[in-house]
Design a protein around this ligand. Structure first.
Ligand code: HEC
Length: 144
């Protein structure tokens, strides 16, 4: 091996490294785009689930909560709340309706959103849908 690090060696490392990582990037992009449709459970997206997502967005639920890890850290993760609430949309509806619970020292409270029954049911169906996405068992525990 030569003792001198030449310009052409540097150039080869630069081009070789670039080509390697561009190919790796393309392969991972291809892998992601072929895996996602198998995992996102899109057949389960009904009109009600779509309305639930709209309710979720319009009320900025993500301003306090995370959903599958994305969002704010003020309030609990909701990606798996359907499972945490015993696989029950009624329990989710009941919870949202009964807020706020005040007067418990040190406990953060969720505001009342005055959602209609249709909106409540839809947002609960949306959270049921998210709990059924294949996330490779993330979050690792039921508390989220
Ligand atoms: C201002 C912050 C805030 C916003 C916005 C908010 N939440 Fe919450 N949410 C909380 C807090 C705080 C808790 C935990 C409070 C408690 O247990 O009493 C909570 C708890 C919950 C829970 C129960 C979670 C559990 O594991 O116990 C559900 C379900 C929920 N929120 C749904 C929603 C939905 C749906 C929206 C949008 C319509 C929303 N939240 C918007 C603050 C918020």
């Amino acid at each position: 091996m030569s003792e001198v690090f030449t310009k052409s060696m540097a150039r080869n490392i630069y081009y070789g490294g670039s080509v390697f990582f561009i190919l790796l990037f393309l392969a991972l992009t291809f892998d992601t785009s072929s895996e996602v449709p198998k995992r996102d459970n899109h057949e389960a997206i009904t009109a009600q689930v779509a309305l639930g997502k709209k309710v979720w967005e319009e009320n900025d639920c993500i301003g306090c909560h995370t959903l599958l890890g994305e969002g704010a850290y003020f309030a609990p993760e909701l990606g798996n709340v359907y499972k945490r609430f015993g696989n029950s949309t009624e329990a989710i509806v009941g919870f949202i309706k009964s807020r706020p619970v005040e007067g418990v020292p040190g406990r953060r409270s969720m505001p009342q959103f005055n959602l209609s029954d249709e909106e409540l049911q839809a947002v609960a169906e949306f959270l049921k849908y998210t709990s059924e996405i294949n996330t490779s068992n993330w979050p690792p525990n039921i508390q989220g």
